[in-house]
Design a protein around this ligand. Structure first.
Ligand SMILES: [Zn+2]
Length: 253
């Protein structure tokens, strides 16, 4: 398992071919409460990619981890400073072009590691997946962790929909990049049980409309690095299982 960007072109040529899997971590630059960095979703996607890739490599796959896609659609957080939001069609075109390049060079599968749940973002990636799946026989895995069957494996807070910069995400950043957590602020944050996923279903369009005036939902004060490590293992298993399911549909890869 190697980072693609660190390879020479000859190493990348050898990393492709039958049984090869390229993993694309996809995050966002988006407000995550007063206690977490804007790159929180990039950190989570990178951890998911690393853990999932290790599982795939242990099964004998050739795994290359791509540089993360750090910019995407983040419309819900757009009012908060530092948030960068691309138009959905820009994201669809970018992911489509990345996948086509990799398919041209013989990668058999692409796995998209993602924990950013903005509906515009999910739709833009889904559109790219639909465009590229099966092109040149390419297998594409994009598990939506907020949907069946994956969500049932994650925490109660996550399933409640109060899942932005709360206990779930804060725990992962505490495990992966503790120096980036504003610890005194985190420990004193009151709970915000407002369900972001319910607000999205009701047609709300921003964190403020959804009841998150500080860009967080859930229970960040209850976060722990131990929970974060356990969650990263589950996210990695989800990515690996999603890839296996795709490859079973395309046994020639
Ligand atoms: Zn997030």
């Amino acid at each position: 398992m190697q980072p693609l960007a660190a390879m020479t072109w000859e190493e990348a040529r050898d990393a492709a071919g039958p049984g090869s899997i390229a993993i694309l971590p996809v995050g966002a630059i988006e407000a995550h409460g007063p206690h977490l960095p804007l790159e929180t979703d990039v950190i989570i996607a990178g951890a998911m990619a690393r853990e999932g890739g290790a599982r795939m490599a242990a099964r004998g796959a050739k795994v290359a981890i791509l540089p993360p896609l750090t910019y995407t659609t983040a419309a819900f957080a757009h009012a908060f400073a530092g948030t960068v939001s691309l138009r959905p069609e820009t994201v669809t075109a970018t992911v489509t072009d990345i996948a086509r390049s990799l398919a041209r060079h013989g990668f058999g599968a692409i796995a998209i590691a993602n924990a950013h749940l903005d509906p515009g973002h999910l739709g833009s990636i889904e559109a790219a997946v639909n465009a590229i799946r099966g092109e040149n026989g390419l297998a594409v895995a994009f598990p939506n962790i907020a949907a069946k069957p994956w969500a049932s494996r994650l925490s109660d807070e996550f399933k409640s929909g109060a899942c932005h910069a709360g206990q779930f995400e804060t725990s992962i950043v505490l495990a992966e990049r503790p120096e980036l957590v504003h610890e005194a602020t985190r420990a004193a944050l009151p709970p915000n049980p407002a369900s972001l996923s319910r607000a999205i279903k009701e047609g709300k369009l921003s964190f403020q409309e959804a009841g998150g005036p500080q860009a967080y939902f859930g229970y960040p004060a209850q976060a722990s690095a131990a929970e974060g490590r356990a969650t990263v293992e589950i996210l990695g298993a989800i990515l690996d299982e999603a890839v296996q399911a795709e490859l079973n549909e395309r046994p020639d890869r």
